[in-house]
Design a protein around this ligand. Structure first.
Ligand code: GLN
Length: 190
């Protein structure tokens, strides 16, 4: 049984839970979703999802329980696979857990939220439905891109940390969640 932790601070949490369950069904593996609210909930997780939402609201929501600080420690001290989407990607970058710089709310007003076909190269070259909601941008690109909106990098994979500026959990394409589960299997077997 894989233990997949989801930071339940704020934002698109339930959509990620649904996507993880669908990915698990597709891969035919047993997954327990661990809803992380307090530091003590973290122990023993095999993978982590940092959902989108509002990164500032997440920091405030985390203050009492210090959940985020405990998560940063786990990510720094282990090779646990992490999927950070949108605000989750912002937090990973702000914490220096990925080396790619990110700028919040960096699309102009008219394009604050939009959908567009994007290109991914995980697990191989293909299209993906990109859903962008007041999305951040990797304005300087990245050495480790895995997703592009036109020429622009919108997803990076640094080691076992995947940061996406779009929302795969709002689509019925579960490939990124399948990546997380496959990595979790490897992590658990180490
Ligand atoms: N605008 C949000 C932030 O700055 C991110 C948007 C999202 O997660 N959909 O945190």
């Amino acid at each position: 049984m894989l233990e997949v932790g989801i930071a339940m601070l704020q934002g698109a949490r339930h959509e990620h839970i649904f996507s993880i369950k669908e990915a698990a069904r597709k891969l035919n593996i047993n997954v327990n979703i661990r809803e992380l609210r307090k530091s003590k909930d973290i122990h023993g997780i095999d993978a982590l999802v940092l959902p989108g939402g509002e990164s500032t609201a997440m920091k405030i929501a985390s203050k009492n329980e210090d959940l985020l600080n405990s998560l940063w420690e786990v990510i720094s001290n282990s090779n646990i696979p992490v999927l950070g989407t949108c605000a989750g990607a912002i937090l990973l970058s702000q914490q220096g857990l990925i080396s790619t710089p990110i700028v919040r709310n960096a699309f102009g007003r008219q394009k604050e939220s939009f959908q567009s076909k994007i290109r991914i190269d995980y697990p191989h070259d293909d299209d993906f439905p990109g859903v962008f909601i007041r999305a951040p941008r990797f304005l300087e690109g990245s050495k480790n891109p895995i997703a592009w909106f036109g020429e622009e990098v919108v997803g990076v994979l640094e080691g076992k940390k995947m940061a996406l500026t779009f929302h795969p959990e709002l689509t019925n394409d579960y490939r990124f969640h399948e990546w997380l589960l496959n990595e979790a299997i490897e992590f658990k077997s180490q």
